[in-house]
Design a protein around this ligand. Structure first.
Ligand SMILES: Cc1cc2nc3c(=O)[nH]c(=O)nc-3n(C[C@H](O)[C@H](O)[C@H](O)COP(=O)(O)OP(=O)(O)OC[C@H]3O[C@@H](n4cnc5c(N)ncnc54)[C@H](O)[C@@H]3O)c2cc1C
Length: 364
């Protein structure tokens, strides 16, 4: 590769790749179809998960040379709602996640945009990316899953609530986060996506019953789709690099892709400068993703009772510790994932990038 790199997509993975390459002396251009960064999101809360590995997520960023200078709210408590009207308070000593904003202002996106500008990256915003860009970071291509979110201002006290009721969201979950007067309510489903509007209505009602009345102002609703595929590699046969959701990387269980997106940016940047680390890719992307395939299989088979039992268990132990145990890759989970992947079959004719190694067959 020459010293010039064009990156299609200026979200988390595109900008993180850009920063790392610019610092290594590359002349980097990032193309995004939106102006101002974070164009895919509306300023709502997301989590940077901190329960999949011992290493703290912010430390991981520091290790990539990305000093995390953006607003974070450490998450150590949450309220889980089960399908029987029960509520369960969970807590952890260390944060099980960090709440971060996604969108144009005061967000992870604007932080990375500043880092990119400081590193000398040229941002070309409001223009389509050139078809021949060397790095593809344009996010999802097709709807493997769908989410619907309401971002709003509110007088609700700080709240982190998650609903696990398979009668409302049979292949997903609903969440309501309100921190410092900024609220985000969402429902995500990976199958039976046609039922999303109804699920959203029922979940909203349930949160209102539990949390009481609260003001909803300046609301903004948006729908999104998501990609999930376990990539075989990050560099496609045509020599282009795929990072973030463009490569399909998200956990199959809850659709958490931020940390993986940033990780693939680090791996791809190293690969572009000739230091591709196949072992790190397998250990930090493919294997953890397969663990989440196994987790999704179990999730879709659990009934209301099992979810309620899981919520109870979460409330009786350190929640981050439980997450670490459940997500620790091991031989049994890997074997289960491989069986599930065979049973669910690889999707034929998928529209994922040329790096897709396995994705689930589409629901008809
Ligand atoms: C509603 C919702 C909630 C989520 N919540 C969480 C969460 O709480 N925690 C978590 O870890 N993950 C969450 N995710 C997943 C997470 O947002 C993604 O995995 C992550 O943003 C992927 O980063 P990325 O860099 O691949 O893509 P993005 O950050 O989406 O960036 C893609 C960029 O490409 C640009 N683009 C697209 N097409 C083109 C084009 N043709 N030309 C130029 N530019 C283009 C877009 O404008 C965008 O800026 C959520 C996803 C959704 C949809």
């Amino acid at each position: 590769m020459s010293g010039k790199i064009r990156i299609a997509g200026g979200g988390l993975s595109g900008l993180a790749t850009a920063v790392q390459l610019a610092r290594r002396g590359f002349e980097v251009e990032v193309f995004d179809r939106h102006h101002g960064g974070g164009g895919r999101f509306a300023g709502g809360w997301q989590v940077l998960e901190n329960g999949s590995r011992e290493l703290d997520a912010l430390e991981e960023l520091r290790g990539m040379g990305l000093e995390p200078d953006f607003a974070t709210v450490p998450a150590t408590r949450a309220l889980f709602l089960d399908g029987f009207g029960g509520t369960h308070e969970v807590a952890s000593a260390a944060p099980y996640a960090y709440f971060v904003r996604r969108g144009p202002d005061g967000s992870m996106d604007s932080w990375l945009r500043s880092l990119a500008l400081a590193a000398g990256v040229t941002l070309r915003e409001g223009v389509p990316a050139p078809a021949a860009a060397e790095v593809v970071a344009t996010g999802p291509r097709q709807a493997d899953g769908v989410a619907r979110e309401l971002v709003f201002a509110s007088d609700l006290a700080d709240t982190v609530a998650v609903l696990f009721d398979p009668t409302i969201t049979p292949t997903g979950y609903a969440y309501l986060f309100c921190l410092g007067g900024h609220g985000t309510f969402g429902v995500a489903q990976v199958r039976r996506v046609a039922g999303l509007p109804r699920a959203s209505e029922l979940a909203w009602r349930r949160f209102r019953e539990v949390l009481g009345e609260f003001a909803v102002r300046e609301e903004h609703e948006h729908g999104q789709f998501m990609n999930f595929s376990v990539p075989r590699r990050l560099r496609a046969a045509d020599g282009r690099w795929y990072v973030g959701e463009a490569a399909g990387v998200q956990d199959f269980l809850f659709g958490l892709g931020n940390r993986l997106a940033l990780r693939t940016a680090g791996l791809a940047a190293a690969g572009i400068v000739g230091r591709w680390d196949a072992r790190a890719f397998s250990a930090s992307v493919q294997r953890p993703m397969r663990t989440t395939v196994a987790a999704r299989f179990l999730y879709e088979r659990l009934g209301r009772r099992a979810f309620a039992a899981l919520c109870r268990r979460a409330s009786r132990t350190d929640f981050r510790g439980l997450l670490l145990r459940l997500q620790r890759p091991d031989v049994a989970k890997d074997a289960l994932a491989r069986l599930v992947m065979a049973a669910w079959r690889e999707r034929r004719g998928c529209r994922h990038a040329g790096v897709c190694g396995w994705c689930r067959e589409r629901e008809q």
